[in-house]
Design a binder for this molecule. Structure first.
Ligand SMILES: Cc1cc2nc3c(=O)[nH]c(=O)nc-3n(C[C@H](O)[C@H](O)[C@H](O)COP(=O)(O)OP(=O)(O)OC[C@H]3O[C@@H](n4cnc5c(N)ncnc54)[C@H](O)[C@@H]3O)c2cc1C
Length: 385
């Protein structure tokens, strides 16, 4: 059987591409090849309502686990309710969307051993050829990307009594600042179901699950939230300090099209990738379905975006390299005093030149002497090679 589009990995980036292409090209044969036997219960992929187009809101609606009208941030010196809606998609919801779409086949329990522009070879030797081959196998180390880390461990509690939270708290940074910038993330899925996630912006990727779980339980306990553990999730996500996107795309040339974290396609500061994955899916759907054409289209989207993201990587370098770990929360606290439309554009990756000025204007959050060595990304990339 001829396959029009073959995607290695059935994670977030691949799935959004498959959904978008299935809609744009009825009759196209789309296959996702995934190593895991079944969808995990490992992610709550959230996004801000202002991150996505109306078409994407419609496309994802039936896969969403929850949707909220607003959100909140908390710092030692101020609290703020933000008006932007927030929504959460989970692994089961994504799998449901894939199963409901015409023309999409998900082959599970099928690890890909090798990929090329013409197809995939599975670990058991099976060969699958396709007109267009996309590599969505998740994060892979790259000498073209220098990162710090956002590490988190979340426990979802079924509480004995209503927890009383009506909307997500995307950062409660009133907690002790250990291991970098630390905050707790709270998602109230129902009056008695609450995800409590301990998050750190750290220099290193080591995550002590047991210690983080103790912190989560202590946080919940201190607020009187008692109950049973329903599920857990963990992540160690890259936060981009320096990125040579041209180098990454040059290295990938002639092969399958890299997408998702593998292609450095995530928000440099938040580590979120859902909004940009939706935009990449639009790009793929608008291109002829051939590896070469899609490669060129995604690369031509990714390169200018990486240039625009230079500013965000600079902010990261100032945060991680210019600021002592225990003082990082001040930078974030200051950011969350800025006007809401700017914060929304920041999340969506649509900052204007004026926004950038406003973010750095005023009393610098770190001394100029500490900021100066952060200005260039080339030295960091050189040390990675
Ligand atoms: C717990 C958690 C929560 C997150 N929450 C958010 C959030 O709220 N919002 C947001 O925008 N981002 C979030 N992220 C960050 C980011 O969006 C996710 O990591 C996202 O899943 C990355 O998408 P991806 O498609 O690049 O990789 P993945 O979604 O990880 O998909 C890669 C897939 O490829 C498969 N695979 C790997 N190797 C092979 C192989 N050899 N053969 C076949 N299959 C293979 C993997 O099993 C996996 O299913 C979260 C990340 C984690 C870990």
């Amino acid at each position: 059987m001829r396959i029009d589009l073959l995607l290695a990995g059935a994670g977030l980036a691949s799935a959004l591409i498959a959904l978008r292409v299935a809609e744009a090209r009825p009759g196209a044969r789309i296959r996702l090849v995934e190593q895991a036997e079944r969808p995990p219960d490992a992610h709550t992929w959230c996004f801000h309502a202002t991150d996505l187009t109306p078409a994407w809101h419609r496309r994802l609606a039936s896969g969403l686990r929850a949707r909220w009208e607003g959100q909140e941030v908390r710092f030692a010196d101020h609290r703020r309710a933000l008006r932007a809606g927030y929504a959460s998609l989970d692994d089961a919801g994504l799998a449901r969307l894939l199963a409901a779409a015409e023309g999409i086949e998900v082959v599970r329990g099928a690890p890909v051993a090798a990929l090329d522009a013409g197809g995939a070879t599975l670990r058991d030797g099976t060969r699958m050829d396709a007109a267009c081959v996309i590599d969505g196998r998740g994060a892979a180390p790259s000498r073209h990307l220098v990162t710090a880390w956002q590490k988190f461990l979340g426990i979802e509690f079924e509480t004995e009594a209503p927890h009383g939270l009506a909307r997500p708290v995307i950062m409660d940074a009133t907690v002790p600042q250990i291991d970098g910038y630390r905050f707790v993330y709270l998602l109230p899925f129902s009056p008695t179901r609450l995800l409590v996630e301990d998050t750190r912006y750290s220099d290193g990727p080591a995550l002590d699950d047991a210690a983080a779980a103790d912190e989560v339980r202590a946080y919940a306990e201190a607020r009187g939230w008692r109950g049973t553990e329903a599920r857990r999730e963990r992540g160690v996500l890259p936060i981009a300090l320096a990125h040579d996107a041209a180098g990454l795309w040059q290295e990938a040339a002639g092969g399958a099209v890299p997408v998702g974290l593998r292609a450095g396609l995530f928000h440099p500061v938040t580590g979120y990738s859902l909004p940009v994955a939706a935009r990449v899916a639009d790009v793929v759907a608008e291109s002829p379905l051939a590896t070469g054409a899609v490669f060129a289209a995604v690369r031509d989207f990714a390169l200018p975006r990486a240039r625009e993201d230079r500013f965000l990587r600079l902010l990261n370098r100032m945060l991680f390299r210019g600021c002592p770990p225990e003082a990082r929360h001040r930078v974030l606290s200051r950011f969350y005093r800025l006007p809401e439309p700017l914060i929304e554009r920041f999340y969506a990756g649509r900052l204007t030149a004026l926004d950038r000025l406003r973010i750095v204007a005023g009393k610098p959050p770190i001394p100029v002497s500490a900021a100066l060595p952060c200005l260039r990304e080339a030295p960091l990339l050189a040390t990675a090679r």
